[in-house]
Ligand binder design. Structure first.
Ligand SMILES: Nc1ncnc2c1ncn2[C@@H]1O[C@H](COP(=O)(O)OP(=O)(O)OC[C@H]2O[C@@H]([n+]3cccc(C(=O)O)c3)[C@H](O)[C@@H]2O)[C@@H](O)[C@H]1O
Ligand SMILES: Nc1ncnc2c1ncn2[C@@H]1O[C@H](COP(=O)(O)OP(=O)(O)OP(=O)(O)O)[C@@H](O)[C@H]1O
Ligand SMILES: [Mg+2]
Length: 271
């Protein structure tokens, strides 16, 4: 294995193989134990219809069921206007079975910022940066619910996204607890399958779905990398040298997203 590959795998905590039953149990227990330590009443999580939030959401619901009647899990739909794959999102909500289900449409908030930006700068925000405003608006909505109800915000970051920094800083990257960390994408799918999710949900093509111009754009198209290659890399397998080098370059470029804001006391950025 490449030396840097071993270092990155250690940072991401991904195992070459997992027992889905064991991983589900361990992560539900982590949610329960941390909520107790934080004196929190439960959790809130945006449910998009994608693979990651379906798994994290189902585990959160099972966690609060074990925590007792006082505990709550709020599954929140956060569409921007009308989401193209709303049917999948509703199927995910059904599978997750959250104690409390709510919807906050982020359209007014995002369009409000888009208009304010245009007034302030005299030009339109780009579709790409508006996409990040959508992700950050979802973070704001989840923290509003958490603050009102004594809950923790769940984030869905995991090895296969963290390694490339494929998340919005302080958007979907802004959360309190990460029950999927240490997994790659195929392990997440296998855990959802083990939990009895319908195949069309665990086989669903990953999408950030942040762009007005390209709804449901596949993550793999934007990243220029396949999750299969990222997953293989994180399992310590030999992959094409050029692809491995690209993963390592993007890992290095995105280090600032995996740490607290750089200060004068830090030196990780010097090499
Ligand atoms: N070296 C450095 N040290 C410290 N800070 C640095 C920095 N370089 C940039 N920055 C800061 O970081 C900002 C860029 O980061 P950020 O704002 O996150 O923006 P950026 O990484 O450019 O874009 C976010 C990416 O994540 C993807 N995404 C977002 C949300 C969800 C999902 C999903 O899979 O669902 C995917 C999205 O499609 C896009 O490709 C810069 O504007 C700057 O403020
Ligand atoms: N339309 C949405 N409604 C509610 N939550 C959303 C929405 N879009 C994104 N999110 C939140 O942001 C997180 C990050 O999105 P991301 O696309 O990485 O995960 P996912 O949609 O759950 O799975 P996948 O990566 O397979 O698409 C989601 O897990 C979810 O919590
Ligand atoms: Mg998604």
């Amino acid at each position: 294995m490449r030396a840097l590959q071993a270092e990155i795998i250690a940072e991401m905590g991904v195992k070459p193989t997992i027992d889905p039953a064991e991983e589900v149990e361990r992560r539900i227990q982590f949610l329960i134990d941390y909520a107790a330590a934080a004196n929190a009443q439960g959790f809130v999580l945006g449910i998009s219809g994608g693979v990651d939030s379906t798994l994290a959401g189902r585990m959160a619901q099972l966690a609060v069921e074990r925590m007792g009647d006082h505990a709550n899990f709020v599954g929140v739909r956060l569409p921007y206007g009308v989401q193209l794959d709303e049917e999948d999102a509703q199927a995910a909500m059904d599978f997750v079975g959250a104690r409390t289900s709510v919807t906050i449409n982020i359209r007014d908030a995002v369009d409000g910022m888009e208009n304010a930006y245009e007034s302030g700068l005299g030009k339109q925000i780009t579709d790409f940066n508006k996409g990040n405003v959508k992700a950050r608006s979802r973070m704001i909505a989840q923290y509003a619910i958490a603050g009102d109800h004594g809950l923790l915000v769940i984030g869905t970051d995991h090895g296969a996204e963290s390694v490339t920094g494929f998340f919005t800083k302080y958007g979907d990257g802004g959360a309190d607890i990460l029950p999927l960390f240490g997994l790659n994408k195929r392990q997440i799918r296998s855990m959802l399958e083990y939990m009895g999710a319908p195949a069309f949900l665990y086989e669903k093509l990953p999408t950030a779905d942040l762009l007005d111009d390209k709804p449901l754009q596949a993550d793999e198209a934007e990243l220029g990398l396949d999750y299969d290659d990222i997953d293989d890399y994180l399992e310590g397998r030999e992959i094409d040298e050029e692809i491995a080098a690209r993963i390592e370059a993007i890992w290095k470029r995105s280090r600032h997203k995996r740490t607290t804001p750089v200060s004068i006391l830090d030196d990780w950025w010097r090499d």
